[in-house]
Design a protein around this ligand. Structure first.
Ligand code: ABU
Length: 515
């Protein structure tokens, strides 16, 4: 593959390499050429990395134990400045040891891949280096947020509402919790706990993301009052169990007020039945939040949206992370509300040094008072640019492709049932499976064998890391010991990569022996 940077090893001319930070912009107004050369070589380093990320012959990582990694790196913060040539070397060394999460053989995380248009957006964002709290310092980006978030609300099924970008899905879920409490107990903001007539209780499935439980801890309910509703064998909340638990708590004088339904659970990729949950929320006057951080992307797909997300329009709030299935660069998380103005009403503190009401423009364009943080990173441009590049239809094609590849993987696993055990039929791009080394093939499948298969996961993952050729995550859940969770969320993946993944697992694992 030809070099993306056009240089075999990006190097600075000695005239620039020996300069220090105070010999280029902004310290030296006349130093544009030197500044450009330095930045151009840094870009060359980035381009070389991107090329390696997309090269199937490259390893995903050269794993080193932390103590050995430390020996390979000079991380010390010097007393005196270092020259630009050293800083360029630092950039190269950093990327040399970085895991290539955009590599077509990286299946380890919900966020995989390296979308080039979104990357271009992130580079521009860094250069613009602005804060998102007021229109006066981020005019274009604020307007972009309005356009993108309105479109996302429309896709959920709402004509109006409120939305914000937050630093990750966990914080998005926290925003939903805060808005729900504010909606039901508007006095809470001023009067605090005294305004609540009993112990608040929230409900979520036993498969939910741990951040939902963290809301109960952070917001003073206590984790005992985040009630885990049992899920069925496929990881979906059981609505009759939800209703039973709501009644149980109501009958004890507690205040059931918030239900989190998950659309795309982190491990199994399960979708809670939104219609039935919405009926229960309506019956008992509870706020319905949908954590679609993972599964939200499927809203683009006519083929896969239903029945998975049917009923999402009945929710009061929705978390949806473009940095997951949509492949927007990390991080890009959104949270949406059915009610216009709820974020300001809930969170505004009216700091006079930022949110003056006598500005020359309509202060409703300032978003900073909607949030509990002050400074807010610009996460919109990379999404907006990516959406312009793909079009809505491009995202739909991506969703359908990722789902089709997952179906392909399931087929291939079934065809090799001596070596692989599919744990359940996936609803999304999470494929849960065990690998059977030769030692465990041909034996009846029982709990005892599952324990052994669980031990295989840890050993095999260790071998994957040492070989550096593939990465797949594993975890236990409350029904079974360790099992693999494979994620196909990268646009780089093809059928050939799925075949490579399965054959590489077998190459690395066939001789594993466990007790
Ligand atoms: N916030 C959930 C991310 C988990 C994962 O990538 O596996």
């Amino acid at each position: 593959m030809a070099s993306l940077s056009g240089q075999s090893t990006p190097k600075l001319t000695s005239g620039v390499g020996n300069l220090y930070y105070d010999s280029i912009l902004p310290y030296r107004e006349e130093a544009s050429p030197q500044t450009r050369e330095f930045l151009a070589r840094v870009v060359d380093v980035l381009l070389d990395f991107i090329q390696k990320v997309n090269d199937r012959n490259e390893k995903i990582l050269e794993f080193k134990m932390p103590e050995d990694m430390q020996k390979q790196l000079d991380l010390a913060l010097p007393e005196d400045p270092l020259p630009l040539k050293q800083l360029l070397e630092d950039c190269k060394t950093t990327l040399k040891h970085q895991v290539k999460t955009g590599h077509p053989h990286f299946f380890n995380q919900l966020s995989c891949g390296l979308d080039i248009i979104s990357l271009a957006g992130e580079w521009l964002t860094a250069a613009a280096n602005t804060n998102m709290f007021t229109y006066e310092i981020a005019p274009v980006f604020i307007l972009m947020e309005n356009v993108v978030l309105m479109k996302m609300r429309e896709m959920i099924g709402w004509r109006s509402g409120d939305s914000i970008l937050a630093p990750g899905g966990s914080v998005s879920n926290l925003y939903a919790f805060l808005a729900a409490r504010h909606h039901k107990f508007p006095q809470y903001k001023e009067k605090g706990l005294t305004s609540i007539p009993g112990h608040l209780v929230m409900f979520t499935s036993d498969q939910c993301h741990y951040s939902v439980k963290s809301c109960a801890s952070v917001c003073g309910l206590g984790t005992d009052y985040c009630v885990c509703v049992p899920s069925d064998e496929r990881g979906r909340m059981i609505p009759t169990e939800l209703e039973r638990l709501v009644r149980y708590h109501r009958d004890r004088g507690h205040v059931p007020f918030f239900v989190n339904a998950t659309s795309g659970t982190t491990v199994l990729g399960a979708f809670d039945p939104l219609m039935e949950i919405a009926d229960i929320c309506q019956k008992y006057d509870m706020w319905m939040h949908v954590d679609a951080a993972w599964g939200g992307g499927l809203l683009f797909s006519k083929k896969y949206r239903h029945p998975r997300l049917t009923g999402i329009e009945r929710a009061d709030s929705v978390t949806w992370n473009p940095h997951k299935l949509m492949g927007t660069l990390l991080q890009c998380s959104t949270v949406h509300f059915k009610y216009e103005g709820i974020l300001l009403s809930c969170n505004a503190m009216s700091a006079e040094y930022l949110f003056m009401t006598d500005k020359i423009y309509d202060p409703r364009y300032d978003t900073g008072d909607k949030v509990i943080q002050c400074g807010r990173h610009n996460d919109i441009f990379k999404l907006w640019l990516q959406w312009r590049g793909k079009g809505t239809s491009g995202f739909e094609r991506l969703m359908d492709r990722l789902m089709e590849l997952t179906e392909y993987m399931v087929r291939r696993i079934r065809e090799q049932s001596d070596k692989f055990y599919l744990i359940l039929e996936p609803e999304m791009v999470n494929v849960s499976f065990w690998y059977l080394p030769k030692q465990l093939r041909g034996l009846p499948h029982d709990k005892n064998k599952e324990v052994k298969l669980g031990k295989v996961c840890a050993k095999l993952k260790g071998r994957m890391m040492q070989a550096g050729t593939i990465m797949v995550g594993y975890q236990p859940d409350d029904r079974r010991p360790n099992f693999f969770r494979n994620i196909i969320s990268s646009a780089a993946v093809t059928e050939k990569d799925v075949d490579f993944l399965l054959s590489e697992i077998d190459r690395l694992g066939h001789d594993i022996i466990v007790d």
